[in-house]
Design a protein around this ligand. Structure first.
Ligand code: IPE
Ligand code: IPE
Ligand code: MG
Ligand code: MG
Length: 366
């Protein structure tokens, strides 16, 4: 489903945007990013010219993604391209390209940075599916299920290596930023695996984890977009702060989607967090409830669930739970913080699109 473009530009163009008419974000034929959710809530580009410019940038990112994973070993190319070709939302490169609108978006480094961030993200997905024993990814059988854990781990490593090559082309500062981003991301995955320390509030632990494992890379996507377009340091900081908040919101929404989405819709298997015993925000809030009507839910959430019928029962109860409602409110708070970070930016089409992106992150969970 193509992205719907709503209305006319409510604000002026960003300093460097060019005029043109767009009809949606078509990355490749038959592939669009950020499709409208179940209730048709679209991501609103706010401006056709901006949509055209960003579509063109995303098409270049796609070409780079496909060439940078080529290997002498045909099998390595095949396993790497597997999830590149399966699609995905391209949320991070989209954000890099939007962030680049505050400077000169047409520099080669912007495209390289957007592709590097997406490749790092993709590598973490190969590894994450091993950790989470997932069987579906991007609407396809996950690499660990299609081949095995060894192939999935090696493919993830290969993608990291190729992403590092791209980052090296961006210079030393980018190398430092990506190194600390990646160690934050891995620390988040590790922290999730080890669980809260003794006496630690589990919600504080969860929010630290999601900021590290997802917010960190999305923040860097925005930072790179502004940095490499030559935007001002104040704008770099604003987009980094926005990225941190929207990235955290994005992971909370992913965790809500794991509960609310019908099988097959998200391209992943709903209930994976329950099966893996990963306690996400709606579950933590449900566990903190005292309402006797939710006693059965708390009983089910006490440990990891392997039985399909029990997973379905827990999902059903979670969907109507106070914990889910409370998690949605926190999601909205983070989306609101992301919007606040935009206040220092000029009032232009890219800023309006970033506001829309923050609304999309909430809307996609309905
Ligand atoms: C999935 O990310 C993992 C998270 C950090 C939530 P995305 O939802 O961006 O996955 P793709 O790239 O669209 O497949
Ligand atoms: C993924 O977290 C985070 C990273 C890959 C860094 P999840 O395990 O929650 O993401 P999905 O739901 O499998 O995409
Ligand atoms: Mg996972
Ligand atoms: Mg995981």
């Amino acid at each position: 489903m193509a992205i719907t473009l709503l209305g006319n530009s409510p604000a002026g163009m960003c300093p460097s945007s060019e005029a043109g008419i767009g009809d949606g974000i078509h990355v490749r034929e038959n592939q669009t990013v950020l499709p409208a959710g179940r209730h048709g809530v679209p991501f609103d580009f706010a401006d056709p010219a901006l949509a055209t410019a960003v579509s063109a940038g995303l098409a270049k990112v796609e070409d780079l993604l496909r060439t940078v994973v080529l290997s002498d070993l045909q099998f390595a190319t095949e396993t790497s391209r597997y999830l590149v070709d399966a699609g995905g939302k391209r949320f991070r490169p989209l954000f890099t390209l939007l962030a680049a609108q505050f400077g000169d978006p047409d520099t080669e480094h912007v495209i390289t940075a957007a592709a590097a961030v997406e490749l790092i993200h993709l590598a973490t997905l190969y590894h994450d599916d091993v950790m989470d024993e997932a069987t579906m990814r991007r609407g396809a059988v996950s690499a660990n299920a299609r081949w095995d854990n060894t192939i999935a781990i090696l493919t993830g490593d290969f993608l990291f290596a190729r992403a590092s090559k791209l980052v090296a082309d961006l210079g030393t500062e980018a190398g430092h930023i990506m190194a600390s981003t990646f160690s934050q991301l891995v620390t988040g995955q590790m922290r999730e695996t080890t669980g809260p320390s003794e006496g630690q509030d589990p919600v504080t632990h969860y929010l630290t984890v999601v900021n590290e494992k997802t917010g960190s890379l999305i923040a860097t996507a925005g930072r790179f977009g502004t940095m490499f377009s030559g935007a001002s340091p104040e704008q770099v900081d604003a987009l980094t702060a926005y990225g941190n908040a929207i990235g955290t919101a994005f992971q909370i929404s992913d965790d809500v989607i794991d509960i609310v989405s019908p099988a097959g819709e998200s391209g992943k298997t709903p209930g994976t967090d329950l099966r893996e015993g990963v306690r996400t925000l709606p579950m933590l809030y449900a566990l903190a409830e005292r309402d006797p009507r939710e006693a059965r839910l708390r009983e089910l959430l006490a440990g990891a669930l392997s039985d399909d019928a029990l997973v379905d029962e827990a999902l059903d109860l979670l969907r109507g739970s106070a914990g889910l409602e409370r998690a949605r409110r926190i999601l909205e708070d983070y989306a609101g913080s992301a919007r606040s970070a935009l206040e220092v930016l000029p009032d232009c089409a890219a800023r309006a699109a970033l506001v829309s992106l923050s609304e999309y992150v909430v809307a996609r969970t309905y």
